[in-house]
Design a protein. Sequence first.
Lengths: 266, 309
Amino acid sequence: MRAPSGGEIASGEVLLAVENISLSFGGIKALSNVSFDIRKGEVRAIIGPNGAGKTSMLNVVNGFYHPDEGRITYRRQTRHRMKPYEAAASGIARTFQNVALFKGMSTLDNIMTGRTLKMRKGVLSQMIYWGASQKEEIEHREFVERIIDFLEIEHIRKAPVGKLPYGLQKRVELGRALAMEPELLLLDEPMAGMNLEEKLDMCRFILTVKDSFNTTIALIEHDMGVVMDLSDRVVVLDHGQKIADGTPAEVQGNKAVIDAYLGVAH
Amino acid sequence: MIAFGQFTEVLLGGLLAGFLYSLVALGFVLIFKASGVFNFAQGAMVLLAGLALVRSLDFLVAKGFPYWIAVVIALLFAAAIMALTAWVIERFVLGPLVNQDGLTLFMATIGATFIIEGAAQMAFGSDVYPLRLFPTDAIFMFENTFPGGILVNKLDLWGAAIAAVLVAGLAVFFQYTKTGRALRAVADDHAAAQSVGIPISWIWFVVWLVAGLVALVAATVWGTKLSVQFSITFLALKALPVLIIGGFTSVPGAVIGGLLIGAGEKIAEAYLGPYIGGGIEYWFAYVLALLVLLVRPQGMFGERIIERV
């Protein structure tokens, strides 16, 4: 696979920054005044107890939610809000906490949808499947086949994904996100509900994506072992507020984090 | 030999009528496939397309346009009306309901039905308007094979040919184009579709436009058969058993379902009718659909309904 496009941001520079993001649903504050940044090429974990606002944060970044206040700067472009389409078009891909796949479609077709924005040929020429559009379809199929090889899911290429076990569905979902050749990959609990072996496989895939494809990754995960091993920096949310931000070691020793996870003695 | 000839005539007539049912059922399948919505308004869309077509055609002919030029302009006009309808529905009915569940969207299409029916009749009139796009005379076929030949209506032949072309085109569109793939993706999961950069509002516009054009095609055939009038909206009711038998998500299923019902009801009428007093055509389709529901609720070609529990 080639490196994602839009490489004007050098490694280590800030790729995405959220500043003073606040979001509420009715009277409930999901996020208040949260700021952090994600640097190019790193794995940035977002952790926190249930209901801390982690998924809300991802939804703000890829445009499902529009924050009440705050700014999002992505690739040096500042926006008040993103639209899902714009986020996808500018290289932000994601997976979902509860797998969101196209259940009636095969693994192959699911991953092919990730190529939607890369395909240029019109509907009519695709229907006739002739000349340039045939060539285009074949090129994208080859790309998708490489992803399928990488994720070791050749055996389920033609299977409707609705019938697959959960662990494999999560892998297909990762494949669909990778097919977009994202610059920033948002993973919402990629290992939830997996057994140990499946978790190890997923860790391996994530590290390869980071190192070989140079993709920046934001990761929500509950398994602390995984978070500590995979991530370069960690931001901790609790009740919609940022309570810590730093390397895994720094965060692990942070008093506020320990209190949030274990509860404070009153 | 005479008996076989008669059977063939009944069967053929039924199959050809079945294609006409399929034309209406196709519109439902398209929208259901692409948005998971059962579009109650499909019958109303056939009425709207038919009225726009026949009224603009009459107007142009009265102005002295040559007939075939008038037909082309009238078809384009009706297509433009369907495009406008698709845009309005996406913008004001479905757009605000993204990520809502199927039942909510279904209720919205019931509301749209009454608005489309009312608006169509307000704009284009509410009389019975005859349409003469296709020949409607009957011809004899296979006169060498069967004594006396087989009586076939030319309109039915046209309808069958049109349905066949339409189905082939739609099947290719859904299976082999990125827009087709995007339509199926949107039907399965709105959020996931958005996350890979599929613009939902555009896709919904496309699907309602295609369904509107299918309604227009159905209106050309059915309008010629029955004249364009309000009762054409009841075709939607005849399409329901077709969908139940063929499966809501299958384009080829809509055709097979239509054929089964068309042939089934004609054969039942011809051979059972004399024993139980006739009138079988009116209920046969629904009984057949009920039987299919008992045995195979997803229809013959529908996607299996798989729920993890």
